[in-house]
Design a protein around this ligand. Structure first.
Ligand code: HEC
Ligand code: HEC
Ligand code: HEC
Length: 350
C-alpha cells in the first residue's frame, strides 16, 4: 500500500500516528455489528485506514462535513471491476476541483493499494456495505434504444446536469466541474444504485449543492440509461425492429390496429382524409401516396413509437409507444409496408 496520500494532501491532514491509532483499535465508532465481526484483510483496511476519510455506516451527511464521499452503500454503488481499478489507483480523479472544492485543495490523487488488497476491500464492500433501498432490477435497460439514449442526452442538457457534471464530447471534457465527472458512468455505476439515486439524490447527498430534476418515471429511465452508455464501447442498443415481434408480424392483424388508431387522421384508405385531418396543419401524411413499403423499418418504428416531433415532423402525429403493445405495433408496420407502395403513377418512378 502506498501512503503518499498522507504527505501529498494538505487538505486531508491524516497523520501516521492517527492511522496507527486507527489500526490499533479498529472500533472507530462507525462500525455496526456486522462489520466488527468481519476481521479479514478488507475489514482491517477499511476500518483502519479508509475510515479516516470515509463513513461506512450511520447516516449520510452533507459533503461539507466530510473528507470523502460516503460509502455506506459502497457494496451496491459500483461495478466491481471499476472499484478494483479505482482502489489500485488506475482511475482518474472523479472531482475536477477536489471533492471539497470549498477548501480549494484542487485535484487530489487518491491513495492506492495492491491488487490483493483491492480484491479484499471489494469483497468487504460486497459483503457489508449494502443498502436495502437499492432494489435489484428496479430498472430494466435490456430494451434501451438509441432513441431513448438521445432523449437522455437532451435531458442532461435541459436539466442543467451539464452545469455541474462534466461529460465528454468529441473526446473533450465539457460542463461545469462542480461535482463528480460522469463521462465514464457506464463503466462505474451499478445501475440499480444509479436508478435509486436519481429518484432522490438527497437520500444520498443532502445539502451538498446537489439537484433534484422534475422527471417522470420515463425521464428517469432515459437519463439513467443515457448515463449507463457513457464510456461504454459499442453499447448494444435494443433494436425493436429486429425483435421476435417483427419476425412474427402479421399484416392482417395490423389492418385492425390501423383502423383503431390511425384512420381517425390518416383516413380509412390512408388518403389523409380522416375526420381529424380538417383542423391540422401540416395535414396528416397521405399514406396512399407514400412508398412506405420502401421506408426503413427503424424510421417507421421511431415515427410511430416516439411520434412526429422526434423525427422533425408535426407533434400532431402522436407517439404511440405507451398506447400500442409491441406485437400490435409490429403488425401495424407490416400492414403499412404491404399496403402502401407509393402513388400509382409514381410506383415505378422513385
Ligand atoms: C485521505 C482521505 C482518504 C482516504 C484515506 C481514503 N479515501 Fe477514498 N476518497 C477520498 C476522496 C477525497 C475521494 C474523492 C476522490 C476524487 O475526487 O477523485 C475518495 C473517493 C473514493 C471512492 C469513490 C467514491 C465515489 O463514489 O465518488 C471510493 C470507492 C473510495 N474512495 C474508497 C476508499 C477506500 C476503500 C479507502 C481505503 C483503502 C479510501 N478510499 C481511503 C478520500 C480518501
Ligand atoms: C447545481 C449542481 C448540480 C446539478 C445541476 C446536478 N448535479 Fe448531480 N450532483 C451534484 C452534487 C453536489 C452531487 C453530490 C456529490 C458531490 O458531493 O459533489 C451530485 C451527485 C450526482 C451523482 C452521484 C455522483 C456520485 O458518484 O456519487 C450523479 C450520478 C448525478 N449527480 C447526476 C446528475 C444528473 C443526471 C443531473 C441532471 C438531471 C445532475 N446531477 C444535476 C450537483 C449537481
Ligand atoms: C391525431 C392525428 C394523427 C393520428 C391519429 C395518426 N397520425 Fe400519423 N401523422 C399525423 C400528421 C399530422 C402527420 C404529418 C406530420 C408532418 O408532416 O409533419 C403524420 C404523419 C405520419 C407518417 C409519415 C411520416 C413521414 O415520414 O412522412 C406516418 C408513417 C404516420 N403518420 C403513421 C401513423 C400511424 C401508423 C398511425 C396510427 C398508429 C398514425 N399515424 C396516427 C397525424 C396523425
Amino acid at each position: 500500500m502506498r501512503w503518499d496520500i498522507v504527505s501529498k494532501i494538505k487538505s486531508y491532514p491524516v497523520s501516521l500516528i492517527a492511522l496507527l491509532f486507527f489500526m490499533g483499535c479498529a472500533a472507530s465508532g462507525n462500525n455496526d455489528g456486522a462489520q466488527v465481526k468481519d476481521t479479514g484483510p478488507g475489514a482491517k483496511l477499511v476500518q483502519g485506514v479508509c475510515s479516516s476519510c470515509h463513513k461506512f455506516s450511520g447516516q449520510h451527511e452533507s459533503k461539507f462535513n466530510l473528507k470523502g464521499p460516503d460509502l455506506m452503500w459502497g457494496g451496491v454503488k459500483y461495478q466491481r471491476a471499476w472499484l478494483e481499478r479505482w482502489l489500485q489507483g488506475q482511475e482518474e480523479p472523479l472531482y475536477p476541483n477536489g471533492y471539497r472544492w470549498d477548501q480549494g485543495g484542487g485535484v487530489v490523487k487518491h491513495m492506492s493499494v495492491s491488487k490483493e488488497e483491492a480484491v479484499a476491500v471489494a469483497d468487504y464492500f460486497e459483503a457489508n456495505l449494502l443498502d436495502e433501498r437499492v432494489k435489484k432490477n428496479a430498472i430494466d435497460l435490456s430494451q434501451f434504444t438509441e432513441q431513448e439514449r438521445d432523449f437522455g442526452a437532451e435531458i442532461y442538457k435541459q436539466f442543467s446536469c451539464l452545469g455541474c457534471h462534466q461529460i465528454k464530447e468529441d473526446g473533450k471534457k465539457i460542463g461545469g466541474p462542480i461535482s463528480a465527472d460522469l463521462f465514464d458512468s457506464g463503466n462505474r455505476y451499478n445501475v440499480d444504485w444509479l436508478h435509486r439515486f436519481a429518484l432522490n439524490p438527497q437520500d444520498f447527498t443532502p445539502h451538498s449543492g446537489e439537484y433534484l430534476a422534475d422527471l417522470s418515471e420515463l425521464g428517469v429511465r432515459y437519463i439513467v440509461g443515457y448515463l449507463m452508455t457513457l464510456g461504454v464501447k459499442d453499447y448494444k442498443f435494443y433494436e425493436p425492429w429486429k425483435s421476435e415481434y417483427f419476425q412474427k408480424a402479421d399484416a392482417t392483424r395490423g389492418a385492425t390496429v390501423y383502423k383503431n388508431y390511425c384512420t381517425q387522421c390518416h383516413g380509412v384508405e390512408g388518403k389523409g382524409d380522416g375526420p381529424g385531418a380538417a383542423g391540422l396543419d401540416p395535414k396528416p401524411a397521405v399514406h396512399a401516396d407514400l412508398p412506405l413499403s420502401d421506408y426503413p423499418e427503424d424510421y417507421l418504428y421511431n415515427v410511430i413509437y416516439y411520434g412526429g416531433k422526434t423525427v422533425g415532423k408535426s407533434p400532431n402525429m402522436p407517439d404511440w409507444g405507451l398506447t400500442i403493445p409491441p406485437q400490435d405495433l409490429a403488425d401495424l408496420i407490416a400492414y403499412l409496408k404491404v399496403t402502401f407502395k407509393g402513388a400509382p403513377e409514381e410506383a415505378s418512378g422513385s
